[in-house]
Write a protein that binds this ligand. Sequence first.
Ligand SMILES: [Zn+2]
Ligand SMILES: [Zn+2]
Length: 107
Amino acid sequence: MTHIGDPRKGNPMSPKIYRKHNCSAKHRTWRTLAACMWPQAAWISGEGQYATVSRCSESAVRQVVSVALHDDLAKAKEALDLINATACGGRCVKDHELIKLERDTSS
Ligand SMILES: [Zn+2]
Ligand SMILES: [Zn+2]
């Protein structure tokens, strides 16, 4: 078992960065920002800048998104490895992603 990651999928230590959300508010916590970014999320857990997002469908008609937040990248990576290894439950299609959240803190 390796934790180095698949080079074809890019550097695992450089997650995708999400900045866009669905309102103009400045969210005070990563969790409220995540809730705004993924309004379709069935649940959001934890708190932190790094999100592991599962988009595996529970059925053909309903897409279930679940988001877990982590306060550091290593922990988020570990969590992603875990859901990749064990499946996230339901009808897992291995649609899991590690995303770094960024927010505007200029005010
Ligand atoms: Zn928002
Ligand atoms: Zn899954």
